[in-house]
Write a protein that binds this ligand. Structure first.
Ligand code: KIV
Ligand code: ZN
Length: 392
């Protein structure tokens, strides 16, 4: 049995920080219900101190989606009492509530953002955890900008907040600065010390995509001992976004021998979730995006189409059915070969064309495909009808 990786979805918090992506209460609830169907382990429902609307939305998610034992509901707080109270008061109705506290550990955050000393920031973090622990047993602490922090200071923060009661340590690559080898090494070092300190504490990562490496960094962290990953649907999130849940999950599934790890995600709900989030947030999924992009299972070259029709694994590493799609799509273009066009015609019911009829229709198809780039099923009907009319 492989190791289970916990999936923490932050579509409703980091994802909702995308300009224009704000959801109303009803939409948030729908997305949260769908995330539950997808079987994520933890939903971060928002940042309740930011507005009354967000507080209400988190509360609704906690009571209506967090009403069973199979899911944890959390929300974000800065290391201040008022934020922690807002999280507590909005998530406490859930069966499994969690308080999530964030505070920076890099020199840039400590000195430039907060204008404080490292000791002062460390004390603020410890006090925040101690206060949160008076409210709930489960507390996650995020060392913001961890990947640009001095390692020994980062470790002394982790050690202190674990001693104060934090049950999850989350290591964010807040600005997507890390590269996989380096991030993997960081997680290895933290994991090594953490397991000696308290082996019940979960080690988590939160990777941003500024250099296009959020998924690769997340996987490197898993390989080096991370127990939990923070992701969003379609990879939406601040700036270039977060690690895409569907990419991390399908990479672990497809390359299980490399990672020796699995998630509890119900993969058949991936496409439904992607489409729901994209339509509610008004953010199109890039067509060539891995797993959920419109072209991720579309094959257009004749050589590929011919190969696929002979053996799917020639050009397919994941079955589209596994993520909830009906099937692969062969997009007919001027580069499609006879095999793909014949297959499409047979699917439409044209089973008994003679070789001569097919060749005539195929030549008409090529002329049409040259003129209009993509040929759809309705075009194929017209091509066949025209051919019969011409040759009767
Ligand atoms: O990117 C970040 O550091 C965050 C934290 C709140 C985890 O979003
Ligand atoms: Zn983030």
């Amino acid at each position: 049995m492989t190791r289970k990786i916990w999936v923490f979805d932050t579509t409703l918090r980091d994802g909702e920080q995308v300009p224009g992506a704000k959801l109303n209460l009803y939409e948030k609830l729908e997305v949260a219900q769908q995330l539950k169907k997808l079987q994520v382990d933890i939903i971060e429902a928002g940042f309740p101190a930011s507005s009354t609307g967000d507080f209400q939305a988190v509360k609704e998610v906690a009571s209506k989606v967090g009403n069973t034992d199979d899911i944890i509901i959390t929300a974000l707080a800065r290391a201040v009492k008022a934020d922690i109270d807002a999280v507590y008061n909005s998530v406490k109705v859930a069966v499994n509530p969690l308080i999530h506290i964030v505070l920076g550990t890099s020199d840039i955050h400590v000195e430039k953002k907060f204008g404080k000393s490292k000791d002062q920031i460390l004390d603020i973090g410890v006090e925040a955890v101690k206060y949160a622990k008076t409210l709930l047993p489960e507390v996650q602490y995020s060392t913001e900008d961890a990947s640009r922090s001095d390692f020994e200071y980062l470790w002394s923060t982790i050690e202190a907040v674990v001693k104060a009661g934090a049950t999850i340590i989350n290591v964010p690559d807040t600005v997507g600065f890390a590269v996989p080898e380096e991030f993997g090494e960081l997680i290895f070092k933290i994991n090594d010390r953490l397991k000696n300190l308290n082996d019940k504490v979960l080690l988590s990562v939160h990777c941003h995509n500024d250099l296009g490496m959020a998924t690769a960094n997340t996987l490197a962290a898993i390989k080096n001992g991370a127990d939990k990953v923070e992701c969003t649907i379609n990879g939406i999130g601040e700036r270039a976004g977060n690690a895409a849940l569907e990419e991390v999950v399908m990479a672990l599934h497809t390359r299980s021998t490399v990672y020796g790890a699995h998630t509890n995600i119900n993969k058949k709900e991936i496409m439904n979730t992607s489409r729901l989030v994209s339509s509610f947030m008004g953010i199109d999924v890039q067509v060539n995006k891995a797993i959920t992009g419109g072209n991720a299972f579309a094959h257009s070259s004749g050589i590929h189409q011919d190969g696929l029709l002979k053996s799917r694994d020639a050009y397919e590493i994941i079955s589209p059915v596994d993520i909830g799609l009906d099937d692969m799509e062969l997009v007919l273009t001027a580069r499609s070969g006879r095999h793909a066009v014949k297959n499409a015609l047979e699917k439409l019911g044209f089973q008994s064309l003679t070789a001569e009829q097919f060749e005539g229709i195929f030549q008409d198809f090529l002329a049409l495909a040259d003129a209009k780039k993509e040929v759809y099923n309705h075009d194929l009907y017209v091509l066949v009808e025209n051919y019969y009319a011409k040759n009767e």
